[in-house]
Write a protein that binds this ligand. Structure first.
Ligand SMILES: Nc1ncnc2c1ncn2[C@@H]1O[C@H](COP(=O)(O)OP(=O)(O)OP(=O)(O)O)[C@@H](O)[C@H]1O
Length: 219
């Protein structure tokens, strides 16, 4: 579960997030949309602790997998080495990393690049590595910033299948998406504009933060 209340963030005098509040219950797939520069990536970076908000509270339950908009990969490492490094950061054993990375590379169609250096990969394959790195430790909460840029059609479909399974298994997912054709996939959509979010979609009421949610959580 993700709970955000009264989040505010500015860069010097540029106020990007004014007062953002929402919740994403377990088993829910929520999109975030908004025009370029609306603050979507800023919001996600605050969620995962890469940016310190100026005000507000964030509660994330469980392990978090974060896929940044721009892959933060080490160019000179092979995929296997890259995942070993991420795995160590997550506290996984080398055997756990090998097992999990092997499965995910097969699933996302990049196993043949296991011993290829990152700087020799195509843009779409780099993006697969970026996504796999976020999934390696079997997170409970997924925070994905335009994760499918450059994916071929099969991988794109596979991404949505994976996300759907993750959601059905009780995970919480937030995806920044500009793909209006995909809007029906989301349980709810958060529109970010002028530093605030409004919710739409079939489960819009479930992402609106109410005092009841906060009371349930004992806050
Ligand atoms: N480190 C930074 N320092 C100063 N301003 C920044 C910084 N990062 C982002 N900004 C500004 O904050 C605003 C929000 O940026 P952000 O990247 O969060 O938007 P976005 O909604 O993700 O955009 P896009 O759809 O283009 O990815 C923009 O005006 C951007 O120029």
């Amino acid at each position: 579960m993700i709970t955000v209340r009264g989040l505010a963030k500015r860069y010097r005098r540029r106020r990007v997030l004014e007062d953002v509040s929402f919740t994403v219950p377990r088993g829910m797939l929520t999109g975030i949309q908004g025009e370029n520069g609306a603050g979507k990536s800023t919001l996600l970076k605050c969620l995962v602790g890469l940016l310190k908000p100026d005000a507000g509270q964030i509660v994330l339950d469980g392990r978090v997998g974060y896929c940044p908009q721009d892959p933060s990969l080490i160019e000179s490492l092979t995929l296997t080495e890259q995942f070993r490094l991420f795995g160590a950061g997550y506290g996984l054993t080398p055997d756990q990393v090998a097992d999990r990375a092997g499965t995910l590379m097969e699933e996302f169609g990049c196993a043949r690049y296991a011993t290829t250096r990152v700087d020799r990969l195509s843009g779409g394959t780099r993006q697969k590595v970026n996504l796999i790195a976020a999934l390696l430790h079997e997170p409970d909460v997924l925070i994905l910033d335009e994760p499918y840029q450059g994916f071929d059609y099969d991988t794109y479909q596979h991404f949505w299948d994976y996300t759907e399974r993750f959601r059905v298994d009780g995970g919480s997912v937030v995806v920044v998406s500009h793909m209006h054709t995909e809007i029906a996939r989301f349980d709810a959509m958060l529109d970010l504009a002028a530093g605030r979010v409004t919710a739409s979609g079939r489960r819009a009421k479930d992402v609106v933060l109410t005092d009841a949610v906060l009371t349930d959580r004992g806050e």
